[in-house]
Design a protein around this ligand. Sequence first.
Ligand code: SF4
Length: 146
Amino acid sequence: MERIYNGVEWLMIKLDPMWRAIGYERLDRPVAAVEKAVKGLLFDCQMCGQCVLSSTGMSCPMNCPKTLRNGPCGGVRSNGNCEVKPDMRCVWVEAARGSRKMREGEQKIQVVQLPVDRSREGKSSWLREARKKIAQQSSGGSDGNS
Ligand code: SF4
């Protein structure tokens, strides 16, 4: 999953000249539709528009009934399931497990995530990340997040 995710990110960055020519704003709706279909299938993505999968062991925190983006609440059951939905595995138990399998997962899961910006709901994270990474590359910087 990490490789697929990184591959998509790489492709989005490579295609930047084309995205610029068409216009990022104009592309948002069609790309978001593809993103929703693909990530919905693979990660049960809720299209928050500010993806943190690479920092959460590829477990989508927006599936937490409390939408916690910085670790679990105090209610994780002894079997690792959610206190709100007893039949559901806690997304943060899955995040911890997933992050151990990822290249920089254990460092990235420590990064504190900002509160969700609801104005981005339904928009493409792929395009947002591509633009962010390109801006970082041109300024010679990087962040530990994505
Ligand atoms: S963090 Fe947001 S964009 Fe990423 S999979 Fe979850 S809902 Fe989708």
